[in-house]
Design a protein around this ligand. Structure first.
Ligand SMILES: [Ca+2]
Ligand SMILES: [Ca+2]
Length: 90
């Protein structure tokens, strides 16, 4: 019999997922158990992605100052590895 429990917790900015696997063995009459604890730490292996790869907008030259477009990026990692900062380039 194998029983698996999943726990996720934060240590600082690092998210660690813990699997606790209980394994049993039997000889037909008696049974023994042991727990196997697996720590899975996130790796920063996903870049931020935008929902749109390119956007175009037109604004008239005398338009009042205002928000003209909003971008949001998502990172599939977790914790500190999923933080996204934005910059204008060019
Ligand atoms: Ca990332
Ligand atoms: Ca990852």
């Amino acid at each position: 019999m194998i029983k698996v429990a999943l726990f996720k917790f934060y240590i600082g900015h690092v998210v660690t997922v813990i699997y606790v696997v209980t394994v049993s063995a039997s000889n037909g009459l008696l049974r023994g158990f042991t727990d196997v604890i697996v720590y899975v730490t996130d790796v920063n292996d996903n870049p931020p992605t935008f929902s749109q790869s390119q956007s175009t907008i037109s604004v008239i030259e005398n338009a009042p100052a205002d928000v003209i477009m909003t971008f949001t990026a998502h990172d599939d990692d977790v914790g500190h590895n999923a933080l996204v900062t934005y910059a204008l380039i060019g």
